[in-house]
Structure formats: structure tokens, C-alpha cells
Design a binder for this molecule. Structure first.
Ligand code: ATP
Length: 308
């Protein structure tokens, strides 16, 4: 087996010392290839002159079709900034000043506004922490899922509805017809989060960016929604960039993990390798924080994805 193929199935993950982000070979069937991404913003500190700040320092990331890459790091590390940039978005005041975001062999940063519009929803979808903000409160859930599918995907309304019902079931939404007839305020936060995931999957994108989709939920619902998202990703074969600050969460969904600190990519590897044999001190600290939190909860069994 070639070194490249061995890396794909995780049997020959590089040693921590070789795991610098730049040492990862490009893989076949690449969907997303972020190269040397640099993102800056002008900040306006009180009583000081405005100054430029680099939010993301020359980050390179790759993601194959059908795989899940977890992007972890502490608050403010730049995860959401990178997640949005992978769809060609920059938040207000934020500028993408260098690098490329190649999706399906096209640099989306040079595609212009109309190219971006075509891309969003059709090739890339975003599932955010606040599901409520993504829905129109005046329309029934199923209608909104179907509209999104018709806007971005192909096929008829009837076909979109069949697919939506299928996805509701996959995402553990019992009685899809009943849930679909409700308005956003008539379902729980966990259910709304799953409907939002169904809405993203319904237009059959190539990539979904999940930005902390379970953070606002209580722990039990979080586990439930996470398992549903994980199974739906696996069943539909979509690729995902899964952003979270929680290593235990990412361990359950991701094939590989990239660790971000102060806007820099410091380590990347196959999930089990990162968790069981982290190369960087910072990653080791993230792993041990999770272990301590887990031990303090006095659980009988380790969370999925952990090997102690
Ligand atoms: N519009 C903006 N103008 C200036 N700085 C910004 C802007 N948006 C974000 N930042 C800064 O960019 C850095 C990265 O923010 P980002 O939201 O990407 O972090 P994050 O890792 O997703 O954090 P969290 O887990 O808290 O969401 C932070 O220091 C933040 O303060």
C-alpha cells in the first residue's frame, strides 16, 4: 500500500513529530483544499488608534469527500472564521487577505458574488449553533425544509418532501409529518437543531460546515443529536467540517482532527491518534481536560471514541 493510501485509512498515521500540518500529503478525491488562508480584521480599541489583527495565520486544511474533519480549539482560536471562509464568507470587518479555498477544484474566493451564491446551499451548507435564527417563525418546518431543497437542489416538491421525511427519520425525529406541520417555536431546541441538519442535507450539498451545533443543548439532548448527526453524515456520505471546542464531541464524529490555536493550525491527525497520542503540549492539555471532566462525572464507561 502506498504511504498516501495508508494515511487515508489511518493505519500509518505519522508520528507526532512528523504531524506538522504542512507534512500531510494531498489525498485523492479531495473536496476542499484550503491553502495558506490568511484572514485579518481592523480592530478599534477604546482610546487607541485602530490596528490590524491577524485572525487566521496561513492555515492549510484538506477534506476528502465523505469524510469529517473536526476543527477544535479554545474560544477565539478562529474556528468559526475558518468555517465561514470555507464558504467564502467573512464576517463584518473581516478580510480574507491571502490564500485559496478550493472546493470541487474551483477557488471560491475568486468566483465573484454570483459564483458564491450558486455555491452556497448547493455545494456547501452551514449548520450553526443557533438553529432558531435559521428559520422563519411564520412558516411550518417542513415547508421551509422543502423550500430550501427546491431553491438549492434539483427535483420536484414531491421528491423533496420524500427526501425530507426520510432525513427526519434518519435524524431521529419521530413522526416527521407531525413535526413538519409545526412552527419553529413549537419544537424543542434539540428537535430544531435536527430539522436544521435535515434542511442542510436535503439539498444534497457536498460539504456541510457544522459550527458547534450541539453546544446550546443540555448534555442528554446533545448526545442524542450528536449521534443522529453522526449517523446521518455516514448514511448520506456528505463531507463535513465539524467545529467545536469539545474534544469528546469531535471524537464521536470526526475521521480526522485539526487543532487550532491563536489562529494557527498546530496539529492534525487521525482522530484516535490525536486523542491517544497527541503530539503538541496544547493538544495534550485539551485531552487531559476532557479526561478530568469525564472522571469527575464518575461515568462507568468512557465516551465513544476514547481509549484509555
Ligand atoms: N468582525 C470581527 N472583527 C474583529 N475581530 C473579530 C471579528 N470576528 C471575530 N473576531 C476575532 O477573531 C478571533 C476568532 O474568532 P472566531 O469566532 O473565529 O473564534 P472561535 O474559535 O470560533 O471562537 P468560539 O469558540 O468562541 O466561537 C477572535 O479573537 C475574535 O475576537
Amino acid at each position: 500500500m502506498s504511504k498516501e493510501l495508508a494515511l487515508l485509512d489511518g493505519r500509518d498515521d505519522p508520528k507526532p513529530s512528523e504531524r506538522a500540518p504542512g507534512n500531510w500529503p494531498e489525498k485523492p478525491d479531495m473536496l476542499l483544499n484550503i491553502r495558506n488562508l490568511r484572514i485579518e480584521a481592523t480592530v478599534y480599541p477604546p482610546r487607541e488608534s485602530p490596528r490590524n489583527m491577524i485572525l487566521v495565520h496561513d492555515v492549510s486544511l484538506t477534506l476528502e469527500r465523505g469524510k469529517v474533519l473536526g476543527l477544535i480549539g479554545e474560544s477565539g482560536a478562529g474556528k468559526s472564521t475558518i468555517g465561514l471562509a470555507s464558504m467564502g464568507y467573512g464576517r463584518g470587518g473581516v478580510r480574507i487577505t491571502g490564500g485559496e479555498v478550493v472546493l470541487n477544484d474551483r477557488d471560491i474566493l475568486t468566483g465573484g458574488a454570483s459564483g458564491m451564491r450558486r455555491l452556497r446551499g448547493r455545494e456547501v451548507c452551514y449548520v450553526a449553533q443557533s438553529a432558531a435564527a435559521a428559520f422563519n417563525p411564520a412558516y411550518r418546518l417542513m415547508d421551509q425544509v422543502i423550500e430550501a431543497a427546491l431553491l438549492h437542489g434539483t427535483g420536484t416538491r414531491a421528491e423533496a418532501k420524500i427526501r425530507a421525511v426520510e432525513l427526519f427519520k434518519k435524524l431521529n425525529l419521530p413522526d416527521p409529518e407531525n413535526i413538519g406541520r409545526r412552527f419553529p417555536h413549537q419544537v424543542s431546541g434539540g428537535q430544531l437543531q435536527r430539522v436544521m441538519t435535515a434542511m442542510a442535507l436535503c439539498s444534497s450539498p457536498d460539504l456541510i460546515v457544522f459550527d458547534e451545533p450541539t453546544t446550546a443543548l443540555d448534555v442528554t439532548t446533545q448526545i442524542d443529536v450528536l449521534a443522529a448527526i453522526r449517523d446521518a453524515i455516514r448514511d448520506t456520505g456528505v463531507a463535513a467540517l465539524y467545529i467545536t471546542h469539545d474534544l469528546a464531541v469531535v471524537a464521536q464524529v470526526a475521521n480526522e482532527i485539526a487543532v487550532l490555536r491563536h489562529g494557527k493550525l498546530i496539529e492534525r491527525g487521525v482522530t484516535q491518534q490525536i486523542i491517544n497520542n497527541p503530539g503538541e503540549q496544547y493538544t495534550r492539555a485539551l485531552v487531559s481536560v476532557r479526561r478530568i471532566a469525564h472522571e469527575q462525572r464518575d461515568c462507568d464507561s468512557p465516551p465513544v471514541g476514547y481509549q484509555y
